[in-house]
Design a protein around this ligand. Structure first.
Ligand code: URP
Ligand code: ZN
Ligand code: ZN
Length: 547
């Protein structure tokens, strides 16, 4: 059963419509009419403030000075001050002097880092007969409370139309409280789709397309479509992404489990073993090599897939591997829990693997075999998960993570000594910005970069609970986890949006970040094409034999 907690977006149906309204005065009026108490009272109670304008709630300073923290970028760290004005970083150096109109944040003994960028989320996505429970308001509010200041969500075409899909997601994102970008899924192929891909890249700021090699009968593409998609991506300078599982194999595995009478959540993991992920990863890599275009493998969950990526990278191929938090810190044992609600919350695809895969993925991340961390935040509450009570094939696939990623990766990778603080910034922020061609606007604390910044206290601790998280879901796959390192302040677009355990967000304040094609992964691709053509020694000029 879903448990409704006392958070503003859960209190009434009216509340939902309020947060989607974009006009500040109307929003404030509706908030006042809808709630029995004053906004400030609610804010105190619930650790949350949906401000209607910059003058509401705590005052939103446009000038901020972060004093004497250790400023960390992907390749360097130093003790310095950071001065922010109107949403942009103006100066990074020691001893910056400012006037009284500037909010001062003392970061002594703390790390000042670029806000996290989550490359993989599904907010308000229609999937498996339902819709993910976190929308662009609740999902992003959760993200900000956990130190993530930008995410890239996957647009799903509507009735096969990319433009309709884009419009639909533009609408969903009207209540955005932080910056976001879009990838686009390709689920069918014809001339119209090819034309629309071009439109998405040239007009709409999308520079990546995702192909699902699983979910047979809904999102899955076959090899012919994947090949056409890879060719088109290459011609546009757009990055091809794959969900790599052998969808035919999965369908067969599911049938096998049902025939064996295994209908519970454990059947999900058993029906789609690592070998099917490894096979599809290898196939996608080989096809991308044949086309000579870069490839991005999303949610790498197994040693099998990771080793295919390692092999390809060693051979010089441009393949990016994205593990997600669930694959890095969880194992599949929960799927065997006798309580259905507990087990079902861990159902995602590819599945969370047996213990051992998690540690191997951590090592791959620390040694550069895998490059950046996502979440695949795709939340369904326990009522939605219960759609599959009698049949694991009907359990909506997906887990949370957008709020927990920065803390869990800090604790698992930095506190354990597996990676440096600079590498932490690289894998949670900078590398994503580089791959999707928005660096150094995002992913850096440099003069001129957007003021998306976190202050992390390495001596404080965090605890994850479903009762205290900001997601709309009633469950959390990391429930009860504790660790070292706490994001105490989040600054998004130059505003302090998370401080003293309080969110101070403004629906509609998040900006759509357009991403240009031909990111760094495309540099020099044409030279490899030229070398390939030169190597053919064909067509051979032949003279006709005399009659
Ligand atoms: O289980 C998952 N991963 N759900 C989200 C859709 C996808 O495959 O990324
Ligand atoms: Zn996927
Ligand atoms: Zn996903």
């Amino acid at each position: 059963m879903a448990v409704e907690r006392n958070l503003p977006w859960k209190t009434s149906r009216e509340t939902k419509s309020i947060v989607s309204i974009n006009r500040p005065e109307l929003l404030l009026l509706l908030l006042l009419l809808s709630f029995p108490r004053s906004i400030s009272e609610l804010n105190q109670m619930q650790g949350y403030c949906a401000v209607a304008s910059d003058s509401e709630c705590s005052r939103s300073f446009t000038k901020i000075l972060i004093k004497e923290g250790t400023v960390v970028n992907a390749h360097h760290k130093e003790v310095a001050d950071v001065y922010i004005e109107d949403g942009v970083i103006v100066s990074v150096r020691p001893n910056i002097k400012v006037g009284d109109d500037v909010k001062i944040l003392d970061a002594t003994g703390k790390y000042v880092m670029p806000g996290g960028i989550d490359p993989h989320t599904h907010l308000e996505m229609e999937f498996m007969g339902t819709v993910t429970i976190d929308d662009f308001f609740t999902g992003q509010a959760a993200a900000l409370a956990g130190g993530t200041t930008m995410h890239i969500d996957f647009v799903i075409p509507v009735n096969g139309s990319l433009s309709a899909g884009f419009e639909s997601y533009k609408n969903k994102a009207k209540k955005a409280v932080m910056d976001y970008g879009f990838h686009m899924a390709i689920i069918k192929w014809d001339e119209e789709v090819a034309k629309e891909m071009e439109l998405m890249v040239k007009e709409n700021g999308i520079n990546s397309f995702k192909f699902f090699m699983a979910y047979k009968g809904s999102l899955m593409v076959n090899d012919e479509l994947l090949m056409q998609g890879l060719e088109k991506c290459k011609s546009l300078g757009a990055l091809a992404m794959v969900h790599a599982e052998n969808g035919d194999g999965v369908a067969e595995g599911q049938k096998r489990m049902i025939d064996l009478g295994i209908t519970g959540p454990e059947g999900h993991a058993l029906s789609r073993p690592p070998v099917l992920e490894g096979e599809a990863t290898a196939r996608a890599i080989h096809l991308a090599s044949f086309v000579n275009t870069p490839l991005y493998v999303v949610h790498v969950m197994s040693i099998n897939a990771m080793e295919e990526i390692a092999k390809a990278r060693k051979a010089g191929q441009r393949v990016i591997g994205e593990p997600v938090v669930s694959g890095l810190v969880l194992d599949d044992s929960w799927l065997w829990d006798p309580d259905f609600t507990t087990a079902a919350k861990y159902v995602m695809s590819p599945p969370i693997r047996k213990a051992g895969h998690d540690k191997a993925l951590q090592s791959a991340l620390s040694t550069g075999i895998l490059q950046l961390v996502g979440t695949d935040h795709c939340t369904f509450n326990s009522t939605q998960k219960a759609f599959g009570f009698d049949d694991f094939r009907k359990i909506p696939n997906g887990v949370n993570g957008i709020e927990e990623r920065m803390h869990l990766i800090w604790d698992t990778m930095v506190v354990s000594g597996q990676i440096s603080v600079t590498d932490y910034v690289r894998i949670t922020s900078t590398e994503c910005a580089r791959i999707f061609n928005i660096y150094p606007r995002k992913g850096a604390i440099l003069e001129g970069s957007d003021a998306d910044i976190i202050i992390l206290n390495p001596n404080a601790s965090f605890k994850v609970t479903a009762a205290s998280h900001h997601s709309k879901s009633d469950t959390n796959v990391y429930d009860g986890r504790t660790g070292k390192g706490k994001v105490e302040v989040t600054i998004s677009g130059g505003r302090v949006v998370w401080e003293d355990g309080m969110l101070n967000v403004m629906p509609g304040s998040g900006k759509y970040i357009r991403m240009a094609p031909y990111g760094y992964l495309f540099d020099g691709i044409e030279k490899a094409d030229a070398a390939y053509l030169a190597s053919l020694r064909a067509p051979v000029q032949r003279t006709k034999a005399a009659a």
